[in-house]
Write a protein that binds this ligand. Structure first.
Ligand code: F6R
Ligand code: MG
Ligand code: MG
Length: 364
């Protein structure tokens, strides 16, 4: 039987403000999933990144399974209830629907899932980010699976030499397309270089082996009013004909700028941190990413290892702080503040409405 890994997340309230998930919620979520082990799911692990509650689950039911999604939804509902009792900030903010309708996609939570035949040994890396958007993974997925200057296995390992297939989703038009690399690398980059619109959803080996899966929901598009960026998750399998664990995490030593941060309206450096530092503080950020490593064994999650809790990532964190200084100095100016086009999905339109009638046409 095949194993499915489902990572489902939601912000159901945090403290103080939007900075971190309360331990009580982590406790309740972990207990509810433990109770489902042996029936609905095989194994589980609960953690957080910033204000996002992250449910990592294994089972044999495949992607988009109603029972699994309902379990996650019920965990979020229960945690939102407790968050409301404690008057945590933004309690229930990502639960956009009143009742479960078969699949949590489109209801607020973010989902990354993959189903695979377990290999002799199956290393799995789960990435979870706060204060940014799903397109933030594009750069890293390209580096990991298509850049031979980053992943030496693309050159050296005969079983990776054929390259990979990327599925890209257009989150504005709701359409998808596949590109093969290395042949179509430049075409792939033409799209994924615009990560607010084009988001990598899956990566496969050319023989169909699943390698990576991300969450691509856009909460702000779903709600019709601004409800925050949909802080993304991603699952990557590693080793034996796929990029090694080290090749998967090494690209995160480069401090790139992503959209999100304060009020979902600013570019900021994407800082890799251990779970102990996965709390958004300075200017509600900067955007952070954690990575937990597991071995999957007959559906059991052996681990986790906190991959960025490591001095090898100290320098990128320092560089992120330097970039943060440069960007913060811009105050309300672009390119720290997002471009006007991106601001359409924030609270700025509210400000514009206020001055609609004060604008006058210039004389010819
Ligand atoms: C970013 C985020 C925060 C809030 C900010 C204002 O995704 O969640 O930066 O946007 O703290 O929050 P409100 O409007 O709730 O006071
Ligand atoms: Mg929040
Ligand atoms: Mg968040």
């Amino acid at each position: 039987v095949k194993t499915t890994v489902s990572v489902i997340k939601a912000d159901v309230g945090s403290y103080p403000g939007h900075s971190r998930t309360h331990p009580k919620l982590l406790e309740v979520a972990a207990r509810m999933l433990k109770e489902a082990e042996g029936s609905t799911i095989i194994d589980s692990y609960v953690t957080h990144c910033g204000d996002d509650l992250e449910l990592i689950m294994t089972h044999t039911k495949g992607e988009d399974n109603e029972e699994i999604h309902e379990l996650a939804w019920n965990v979020f509902l229960e945690c939102a209830k407790i968050a409301k009792e404690m008057k945590l900030y933004g309690a229930g903010q990502d639960l956009l629907a009143d009742a479960f309708s078969g699949n949590v996609k489109g209801m607020g939570p973010g989902v990354a899932e993959m189903e695979f035949e377990e290999r002799g040994s199956d290393p799995l890396l789960v990435f979870m980010a706060d204060k940014t958007e799903p397109g933030a993974w594009n750069y890293f997925l390209y580096k990991i699976f298509a850049d031979p200057f980053s992943t030496s296995g693309l050159v050296i390992d005969p079983s990776m030499h054929q390259g990979f297939t990327f599925e890209v989703h257009d989150v504005m038009e709701k359409r998808r397309i596949r590109f093969n690399t290395p042949e179509e690398s430049y075409s792939l980059l033409a799209y994924i270089g615009a990560p607010s619109r084009y988001v990598i959803k899956y990566v496969w080996k050319k023989d169909g082996t699943i390698a990576a899966s991300t969450s691509t929901q856009r909460l702000n598009m779903m709600a019709g009013r601004y409800v925050g960026k949909d802080d993304p998750v991603m699952v990557i399998r590693a080793q034996s004909g796929l990029p090694s664990v080290g090749e998967v995490i090494d690209p995160f030593r480069t401090p790139i700028l992503v959209a999100g941060w304060m009020r979902g309206s600013h570019h900021g450096p994407f800082m890799p941190v251990g779970v102990c530092d996965a709390n958004c503080t300075q200017f509600d950020g900067p955007p952070r990413v954690v990575c937990l490593g597991f071995q999957v064994s007959n559906g059991k999650l052996i681990g986790p290892a906190d991959m960025f809790d490591d001095p090898a990532f100290n320098r990128v964190r320092d560089r992120c702080c330097e970039l943060s200084d440069v960007l913060r100095a811009h105050g309300p100016f672009e390119p720290h503040r997002l471009s006007l086009e991106e601001m359409e999905y924030t609270t700025l339109p509210g400000v514009e409405k206020q001055f609609k009638d004060r604008w006058e046409d210039l004389p010819e």
